[in-house]
Design a protein. Structure first.
Length: 277
């Protein structure tokens, strides 16, 4: 099977100031202005091309662009946004505690998660894949049997690999994908698994130029949704409305290409409210 070299990806930096600490009230649809208020939004801080905190404190990535657009439609300017790091294992708890108003953090919609949170979207359809060293002998999932597979705690990706294609793979769970990439570079692990969009963003960083490749398996459909506290119907409706507008006015397509590269093989914009199995 031919490996697909990951293209270089461009990222768009959005300079966002952290201001007051007041949050959007429960059930508020966000119509109109929220002068003097701050909305707290959960994102990832370590996913290049999707959700990244830059060395200078700026935030960039597709999820950041989506979150900023949605917040604008809810009545918040960029300088009223406080981005909060939400790791995979803590997303449901962060919403339940009220730490954030919503989460845009490569958050795949699943039946299990829908028992705990509500999802707007989906706003991107990604596919689970494997990232390996360039020139690796791993050309299919079964080639990973007996090897070391890296993913992060709280992610479903590694279990999908073990269940579907490589039951004998040894799972290594790290706290972040950044650590997985370091492990892959050093040879501590043989492959990293998660969504192709995430893997492409990481592999396109300058320090990893031409070192890694996507195998191109498309193991699953990952419907990215915006997570909200269970029962916050008013905000859910407002966020879905904002996402539809983002697709319709072309901002969605610009955000994908600007953050993940012109040659990234992304799917067309999904229909809001329709999850592809």
């Amino acid at each position: 099977m031919k490996l697909h070299r990951v293209p270089a990806a461009a990222t768009v930096a959005l300079v966002l100031s952290v201001t007051a600490t007041a949050c959007l009230g429960e059930g508020d649809q966000g119509s109109g202005s929220h002068a003097g208020e701050t909305i707290r939004i959960g994102i990832k801080f370590d996913q290049p091309g999707l959700g990244l905190k830059e060395p200078g404190g700026e935030f960039s990535g597709f999820d950041v662009d989506v979150a900023t657009y949605v917040a604008k439609e809810l009545g918040y300017e960029p300088d009223q946004i406080e981005f909060v790091e939400t790791k995979s294992a803590d997303r449901e708890n962060a919403l339940a505690r009220g730490d954030v108003k919503f989460i845009a953090a490569t958050y795949s919609i699943t039946d299990e998660r829908k028992q705990k949170v509500d999802f707007a979207g989906p706003y991107l359809l990604a596919h689970q894949d494997l990232l390996v060293k360039a020139g690796s002998d791993i050309e299919s999932g079964s080639d990973l049997d007996g090897g070391k597979l890296c993913s992060v705690a709280g992610s479903t990706s590694a279990q999908n690999v073990k269940k579907k294609i490589a039951p004998k793979a040894q799972l290594e769970e790290y706290t972040s994908y950044s650590e997985c990439l370091v492990g892959l570079q050093s040879g501590a692990v043989d492959a990293v698994t998660t969504d192709d969009s995430i893997l492409a963003g990481f592999a396109a960083q300058k320090q990893y130029k031409d070192q890694f490749e996507l195998v191109g398996l498309k193991l699953s459909n990952e419907n990215y949704g915006i997570g909200l506290k269970k029962g916050d119907t008013a905000t859910l409706e407002a966020v879905n409305k904002a996402l539809r507008k983002m697709v319709r006015d072309g901002s969605w397509g610009e955000a994908v290409k600007g953050n993940l590269g012109l040659t990234y093989q992304y799917e067309p914009a999904p229909r809001i409210g329709v999850v592809k199995e």
